[in-house]
Design a protein. Structure first.
Length: 236
């Protein structure tokens, strides 16, 4: 296991501190934070940039390499290399490997999941079993994107048999004839109790407002219709 140094040489790294709420959205300071992060930015390509995360009460929460840290919304951060997460007692609860923001391997509770993230991934293909294995446990229960909106909303239903607080999904957008328009990957830090749904609002793939959801409430007469499907990449 790789442990990242808390105090790297100042001549090699610049250090910044970020605060996040329980949903890993950025906040101004520790008064409303649930977590805080030390981000160490390498000054040279010889060393990786990495971060060390803590519960607001001071216990180690996670550590790993990164390419980009988004201080406003951690789901938009781009991680790279090995990542580790811990509970408050210091026990390792999950480790994963990322390559340029794509999840390669994930291990939790002695069970390893390998995710297909090769560059030739085709959202049209029905042979993507590795990204569909969680579909029975977590499912897309609601989606809406209106024509005159830069955002889209969706809800995820948790039928996994346990409460979860981390989900990685891929939304795939298609025309009515089945051709893929685009897809987006999201990493969501949000607690969803077993048997319940949680609603999310994200930036839409359609920033030119050219499309509207086929089964939604948009103005169908002046927009091209699309459908959406959801692949659950990982959760815990």
């Amino acid at each position: 296991m790789t442990h990242y140094p808390k105090y790297p040489p100042a001549n090699l790294y610049d250090t910044k501190i970020f605060f996040y709420d329980k949903n890993w959205k950025g906040v101004k300071d520790g008064s409303t934070a649930s977590y805080y992060r030390y981000a160490y930015y390498s000054k040279t390509s010889q060393y990786i940039s990495y971060c060390i995360d803590y519960y607001i009460t001071g216990e180690l929460q996670g550590e790993g390499g990164f390419i980009k840290i988004d201080q406003k919304n951690d789901s938009k951060s781009i991680f790279n290399g090995e990542m580790y997460w811990y509970d408050k007692s210091g026990e390792l609860i999950r480790k994963a490997e990322f390559k340029n923001g794509k999840l390669i391997d994930s291990k939790q509770s002695n069970e390893t999941t390998r995710i297909n993230t090769n560059n030739s991934y085709n959202p049209n293909s029905s042979n993507n079993k590795s990204t569909q294995q969680y579909s029975d446990a977590i499912s897309l229960s609601y989606f809406e994107k209106k024509g005159a909106s830069y955002e889209e909303e969706f809800s995820l239903l948790n039928n996994s048999g346990k409460d979860i607080s981390f989900i990685q999904i891929r939304l795939i957008y298609k025309l009515e004839n089945g051709n893929v328009i685009d897809y987006q990957d999201f990493t969501l830090h949000e607690k969803i109790q077993n048997g319940l749904s949680k609603k999310f609002t994200v930036k839409s793939f359609d920033q030119k407002m050219s499309f509207v959801y086929k089964y939604g409430e948009g103005y169908k007469g002046i927009y091209t219709l699309f459908t959406v499907s959801c692949q659950i990449l990982n959760y815990y």
